[in-house]
Design a protein around this ligand. Structure first.
Ligand code: NDP
Ligand code: OXD
Length: 308
């Protein structure tokens, strides 16, 4: 029997146990899934941030750590982790992110707040068509590309930015440091879907926020450290940035008393943009265990040097 340790937290066990078992059965994998195997017996570790498991040294026979989250910044630098680390790419999670990004983009595009604020008077406002509202997505990976395609399908002119050169049909693609200025320069709405790495920290800062057209709006479902918070607050106060919808923060939960809670031009959502969906994610975990047993390369393996 393949011994799989569920180290993604006791609270998740209730929601993941049945879908994982079903996914293993579907692939004819004979798995002993538990919380609390003897570490030296464990062959695969199902993981999530916040796990009790921080020291992987005793897991001498583990063939891979399978993360239930897309983002790996809280585990990728763990020096006791010597086995392959795979992140989550889950169709359910991607769909959720497309819905969150599309919904909040349309809120800005249609000026829905303006409409809600004028419920006591007849005050017509005609938004431009989507084709006249440029949107930029920083990050053209699994989630960035899905969102870029969805927004392009709604008619927005979409520019995407990545580290290496990408080609996404219907999307203007820019890359590298040189491409960033061009990606920001006409963006009325910017979406951050980058990982948190040393190279992406404070990417939106006092200088780069000035590359955006005045009044641009920001959606951050990526990670809190992508934005220099003080620079954003200053840009919101002076009107350089019109509004920001933030799902992720340097400290989560966002501490009471943080200026984002009360800023009139900030909407906080509590890291709910895209939750991993157990039924689809379980299939990804099972597929990687199948691969490990067949000696085939894992999917969605993290590149430790790049940090994502
Ligand atoms: P991917 O790894 O598939 O994509 C990351 C993208 O970022 C790639 O296009 C990559 O470039 C680009 N990138 C990385 N570093 C740089 C850099 N230095 N300069 C320019 N571009 C860079 O990740 P996903 O799309 O799956 O997820 C993105 C992030 O979304 C996650 O890391 C996580 O932080 C966040 N997330 C948030 C959730 C939420 O609920 N709020 C849920 C799930 C994820 P390249 O293409 O060249 O590699
Ligand atoms: C993730 C997240 O990385 O939920 O999957 O933020």
């Amino acid at each position: 029997m393949i011994k799989v340790e569920f180290a993604a937290g006791d609270a998740r066990w209730d929601v993941y146990e049945a879908p994982l078992k079903q996914a293993f059965a579907k692939l004819n994998l004979d798995v002993d899934l538990r919380l609390g195997h003897a570490p030296q017996d464990v062959e695969y570790i199902v993981y999530a941030p916040g796990s009790y498991l921080q020291d992987f040294t005793p897991f001498t026979n583990a063939k891979a750590v399978l993360n239930l989250w897309a983002g790996v910044e809280r585990i990728v630098g763990n020096e006791t982790l010597t086995m392959p680390l795979c992140r989550m790419v889950d169709p359910g999670l991607s769909t959720a992110m497309v819905e969150w990004v599309s919904g909040h983009t349309l809120r800005y595009h249609l000026e829905i707040d303006r409409c809600l604020a004028t419920q006591n008077r007849w005050d017509p406002y005609v938004p431009p068509l989507a084709k006249d509202r440029p949107v930029t997505i920083l990050g053209l990976g699994e989630l960035g590309q899905s969102c870029a395609k969805a927004l392009a399908a709604l008619g927005f002119p979409v520019t995407g930015w990545s580290r290496s050169e990408r080609d996404v049909p219907g999307v203007t693609c820019r890359f590298g440091e040189d491409g960033m200025h061009a990606a920001l320069s006409n963006a009325e709405i910017v979406v951050l879907l980058l990982p948190d790495t040393p190279a992406t920290r404070d990417l939106l800062n006092a200088q780069t926020l000035l590359h955006l057209p005045k009044g641009a709006r920001i959606l951050n479902p990526g990670r809190g450290p992508l934005i220099d918070d003080n620079a954003l607050l200053a840009a919101l106060d002076n009107g350089q940035i019109g509004h920001a919808t933030l799902d992720v923060f340097r400290v989560e939960p966002l501490p009471q008393g943080h200026p984002y809670w009360t800023h009139p031009n900030v909407t906080v959502t509590p890291h709910i943009a895209a939750e991993t969906r157990p039924s689809t994610a379980a299939e990804v975990v099972a597929e990687n265990i199948r691969r490990g047993e067949a000696g085939v390369e894992f999917i969605y393996q993290v590149d430790r040097d790049k940090g994502y």
